[in-house]
Structure formats: structure tokens, C-alpha cells
Design a protein around this ligand. Sequence first.
Ligand SMILES: *Cc1c(COP(=O)(O)O)cnc(C)c1O
Length: 358
Amino acid sequence: MPRLRAVLGRLAAYQPTEGVHAAATRTRPLSANESPHGPLPGIVEAITAAASTVNRYPDPGCGQLTRAIAETHGITEDRVVVGAGSVALLQTLLQSVGDPGTEVVYAWRSFELYPILADLAGLRSVRVPLVRDAHDLPAMADRITDATRLVLICNPNNPTGTMVAREELLKFLARTPPTCLVALDEAYYEYAREPTASSGMELVEAHPNLVVLRTFSKAYGLAGLRAGYLVGDPRVVEQLRKACLVYAVNGVAQQAAVAALGLEDQLLRRVDATVRERGRVRDTLVARGWDVPAGHANFLWLRLGDASAEFGRWCTGKDIAVRTFPGEGVRVSIGCAEDNDAFLAASAEWRRREQQGP
Ligand SMILES: *Cc1c(COP(=O)(O)O)cnc(C)c1O
């Protein structure tokens, strides 16, 4: 065996939920927080048109897409970096912030890729427990030291769906030294309806150490094409652009994302429908006695503790893919109404069985 970095021996391989990617399966895909809607005709057209030029390299600077994003948010282009999914930008960010041994602070439980990307970048992870499923920003601020280079805040949080309030975020930013970056991962921001919360987009101008990550994978329905972006201070953006792998964002993805921004109104109406479904599913579960925090993304978090693994297997047995965190909970995506109904039926049956006992 040739020698590789020791960190790889310690990492567990990313485990996608079983069975979901087999095309022929009947499995209801409620494990990956994808949009249940297929691409709009205008997006398929953009993809088809872009397909005829794949013998050429894509625009390495993602010029057209960068302009479209800047226009959408009313910011200058020098504040935007495009990446092959926001996960690729998270990787760039973690590789860029600190030399080995420096620290990244994030809440736990949060997005499962944070520890993996931190380990790969050689950063030390400082995990701050959630309190009632939500970020404890004062405790996170307490953990910032001279060694801290980055604080990651997933807002809404994956997998619990909670949000940080604007006031708390501002207090946190005021306590963070200007030399330490703060990244708000807003992969699900379009689904948020919490009046006390606010997007980092409104705060980047006043806070040069703040960056915001957004993605085309969820609300914009382009998970399969891989496109996301980061917004921040132009001086930070200039450096991060150098750290991105050149040509990483393919031309088909760039054109589809431009088309998606052009069709934003229609796509956001689909998001409204998902938000209504989220309310319906949660209300039903709560009425049946489940403990489900109000979710602000396109999924719900079932705090099942020790019963999580068994409930996850129960759903798999009913051909419903969910995301199980053994010992903690189960995350179920909001899908199409039919899939959500199937999940509600399966969960009701599980509960009846539990109450009857063995
Ligand atoms: C889904 C998700 C992303 C988006 O990843 P892409 O690489 O853009 O598909 C980013 N952050 C979190 C927390 C997510 O759940």
C-alpha cells in the first residue's frame, strides 16, 4: 500500500442513503433535501443549447453567471465567487483560511461535511453543542481564540432546521475579531419564513470578515449540475478565486444557473409550495404527538434519540429514504405531496406499533 496522508485513514467515507440513486427504484427520495420538481422547460432549453459546445472549455471566470448573481443581489461582481456547488466553495474556504493546526468553530450537530472538510484541510474542529436544536452563538463566540480562523454557521441549520435571530447574529459579529472569518451557509435560505432571522447578504457590506454561501442545488432545483456561490468582501473574494480549481464549474451548469436566475419567480413559487407542504407535514406530526421543531428549510427534524436507527430502518422498509443520525434523530425532506403522504402514513403506523408495545 503506497503511503497516503494519515487523515484519510481516520475519515469515514461519505455515506449516501442506500438505494436512492438506483434509477429504477420505487424509493421515495426524502433523504437529500432535493427539489421534488423537475427542471422548468426554459432550463432544459439552456442545458440543451450548452450541450452543443462541450468540446470547448467553459468560461473559467463564470462571467455571465457572476454578473447574473451580482444583479440578483444588487451587489458588485467583485463580491462573488462561483463554485461547483457550495460544497466545493466550502472546501476552498477551509483550505484557504488557516495553516494546519489552526481552528474552525462550528455548531454540532450541523452539516456532516464540515468535520470532513476541516480534517482534510488540516484544521482543528471546535464543536459547540446546539441548545434546543439551535446555534448557541454566545458559546461559539466564547470559543474564538487567536488560533480561530473561521466560524461556520449553517442558517437554517442542517439537519435541525433552526435559524439564528438577526439580533443574535449582530451581537456575535460584534464579538468576532475582524481577522477571523465568519461563513454563513445559507443553502436553505429561500425556504426560511422566520421574521426574526435575516440573511448575511444584508450584512456583508458592513462586515468585511463575513461571507455568505448560497447554492443552486435546493430551491433552484439544479442539484445534479453542481453550482453554488459565495458572496463577501472583494479582497477576500480576490484571494478565494485564486484558490478555486480552474474550470471546475462546467458550461452546462453555468448556463442552467443563469437560466434559473431568469426564472426565479417561477422557482420561488415552487419554494412557496414546499413551505406549505412543510407546514402541513409538521402540523400533522405534531397533532399526532411527535416532537418536531419548527423547520425553516425543506426538511423536518424528528428527535428520536435511541429510536432513530430503528425508525430509519422502518422507513427504508416502506421504500422511503430518510437521513438517519443514530442516537440523535431522523431528517426527512419535504418532497412532493404524494411522497410526504407516504411518509406520514409510515410514521403513523410506526407510532401505533410503538404504543402497542412488543
Ligand atoms: C445541500 C447543502 C449545501 C449545498 O451543497 P451543493 O454543493 O451546493 O450542492 C451546502 N450546505 C448545506 C448545509 C447543505 O445542506
